[in-house]
Design a protein around this ligand. Structure first.
Ligand code: ADP
Ligand code: ZN
Length: 525
């Protein structure tokens, strides 16, 4: 039987085993509910403290808790941390050899273990299922529960089978946890896992200490350097880039400017990756330039800024990545620079991905929500939280739009010119070519296509190229223009463009903002 001491209540476990004085947020309610045998669905932002929600009930209830986690790479770290605290924990996944796995199984059966972390594919094997029937199981914890959602970006087919747990072990409490679930995903988790009777614990996703800023990309690296020098000199931060190449270049460039920057991406060898990560965690003031491969399970409380040099693909991703800033509750920045090319590139990636149509449709919607945040003139926090189903009563006062309300201008005339230039050039060209036509530039490509003969040639000289790019970006984000699904970035008019083109509706555009605050460039002349 278990060697572990028995604890009188949850608070004693929190203090004596984990060494924390008090529960955070809804942890106490969740722990009590699960410890007394109830099912739960826990939605809590990353860093909110989900692990304790099942670890403490695991220590309070008799038997071994089974934790399902898709992140094999993190299992060992979690188990090691528990062992350090004196908890009897182990994991079972493909990295163990047969002998080690048999030993873990023996310890589950003998009642020695308090927690075992298992990969979902292993959990569902007949061998493990029969083991579960012979052992005393205290609870099932299903971590990263959104992986059960077919349309989520992290879908794991093995998660679908987890509904069987409920049927085979109806008396064992289950707790499903996730940090990313909009309304639809939540409903899917509940129905897929048979959690209709579970209590839902929804934590606020608001991170009031994070200041959100989204600016027009001009020269992203220089803009970033300005941000660091102006507001974050000597601070630890994470800079996200879309490609490995840009990660390497950006890190090298920042180092030339005297910033302690290190690269991190999946193309590097494992040992330098580990070394950079360790340095980031240990030293002060390191700026990690990374692809989104970096950050899962990174628990560094004093990351002062998270900067995106490229547009994330979804608000879920943006929220998770920016959420790595300011875990200690102190003032921090989430900063994003984006421009027309980001948007065109991401649209192209979706169209040329070869994914099934239904999935492409989901990806388009997710990108549109991200664009909605980038283009909004409202409080960013209200828009962001609104996406996760949460209402923030008042504008936050701690985002760029609240601090420096965006200026707008009547873009109707400019939009009409842009749309007709797209139309006149045959809806076969990308934004760059159409802008050359508007500006009346006689480039080779213009001449090859006889575009200098068009009535729209040179009708847009009152705006600069940068300003035209902002117009096109907003027309695409607003759905007036769409990319032709051929993967070459050609633009065509969509249905909603018609009334605008005919002069039946007007369009208000936001002025370009190239810096966090202060200097604002006008979008009209
Ligand atoms: P999540 O899984 O929700 O991202 P974790 O469970 O990893 O979050 O917890 C994030 C961090 O917060 C960890 O370092 C954890 O030890 C710490 N933590 C969690 N709950 C508490 C608490 N009640 N008091 C102090 N620290 C806590
Ligand atoms: Zn705001």
């Amino acid at each position: 039987m278990s060697k572990r001491p028995s604890y009188p209540d949850a608070l004693s476990v929190l203090r004596e085993v984990f060494g924390y004085p008090a529960f955070r947020g809804s942890q106490a309610a969740i722990v009590e509910h699960v410890a007394s045998g109830g099912d739960a669905l826990v939605l809590m932002p990353t860093g909110g403290g989900k692990s304790l929600c099942y670890q403490i009930p695991a220590l309070l209830r008799p038997g071994c808790a089974v934790v399902v986690s898709p992140l094999i790479a993190l299992m060992k770290d979690q188990v090691d941390a528990l062992i350090q605290l004196g908890v009897e924990a182990a994991f079972l996944n493909s990295t163990l050899d047969a002998d080690a796995a048999r030993d873990v199984e023996r310890r589950i059966l003998s009642g020695e273990l308090d927690l075992v972390y298992v990969a979902p594919e292993r959990l569902l094997t007949p061998r493990f299922q029969s083991l579960l029937e012979r052992a005393t199981i205290s609870l099932f914890a299903i971590d990263e529960a959104h992986c059960v959602s077919q349309w989520g970006h992290d879908f794991r087919p093995e998660y679908i089978g987890l509904s069987a747990l409920h049927e085979r072990f109806p008396d064992i409490p289950r707790i499903a946890l996730t940090a990313t679930a909009d309304h639809a995903t939540r409903a899917e988790i509940i129905s897929q896992l048979g959690l209709e009777g579970a209590r839902e614990f929804l934590s606020s996703f608001d991170r009031p200490n994070i200041r959100y800023t989204i600016i027009e990309k001009n020269n992203a690296r220089k803009q970033l350097l300005e941000l660091i020098r102006r507001e974050h000199s000597g601070d630890a931060g994470i800079v996200y880039c879309l490609s490995r190449k840009r990660v390497d270049e950006t890190a090298a460039w920042l180092r030339e400017q005297g910033i302690m920057a290190l690269p991190y991406h999946a193309g590097m060898d494992a040992s330098s990756r580990a070394a950079h990560q360790a340095k980031f965690l240990r030293d002060e003031g390191i700026v990690m330039v990374a692809t989104i491969a970096f950050g899962m399970g990174i628990d560094k409380p004093d990351v002062r800024f998270v900067a995106h040099l490229d547009l994330p693909k979804s608000l879920e991703g943006y929220y998770q990545e920016t959420g790595r800033a300011g875990r200690d509750g102190l003032a921090s920045s989430a900063w994003l620079a984006y421009g027309l090319n980001d948007l065109l590139l991401l649209k192209e990636m979706i169209e040329s991905s070869g994914a099934p149509d239904a999935q492409k449709q989901v990806e388009r919607q997710k990108l549109d929500a991200m664009l909605g945040l980038a283009e909004t003139t409202r409080c960013r926090r209200q828009v962001l939280l609104g996406y996760f189903g949460e209402t923030l009563e008042k504008p936050c006062g701690n985002c760029d739009n609240c601090l420096t309300p965006p200026e707008t201008w009547d873009g109707t005339e400019a939009a009409r010119k842009a749309l007709s230039a797209v139309y006149r050039t045959g809806q076969r060209f990308g934004a760059g070519q159409v802008i050359d036509v508007l500006l009346g530039k006689e480039t080779d490509k213009v001449k090859q296509n006889f575009h200098q003969k068009l009535s729209t040639f040179g009708i847009g000289k009152e705006l600069s190229e940068t300003q035209w790019r902002a117009v096109f970006r907003q027309l695409i984000a607003g759905g007036y223009l769409q990319t032709v699904p051929d993967g070459h970035g050609a633009l065509m008019l969509s249905e909603v463009a018609r009334p605008l083109l005919k002069g039946e509706t007007t369009l208000t555009l936001r002025k370009i903002r190239e810096r966090a605050a202060g200097k604002i460039r006008t979008g009209s002349s």
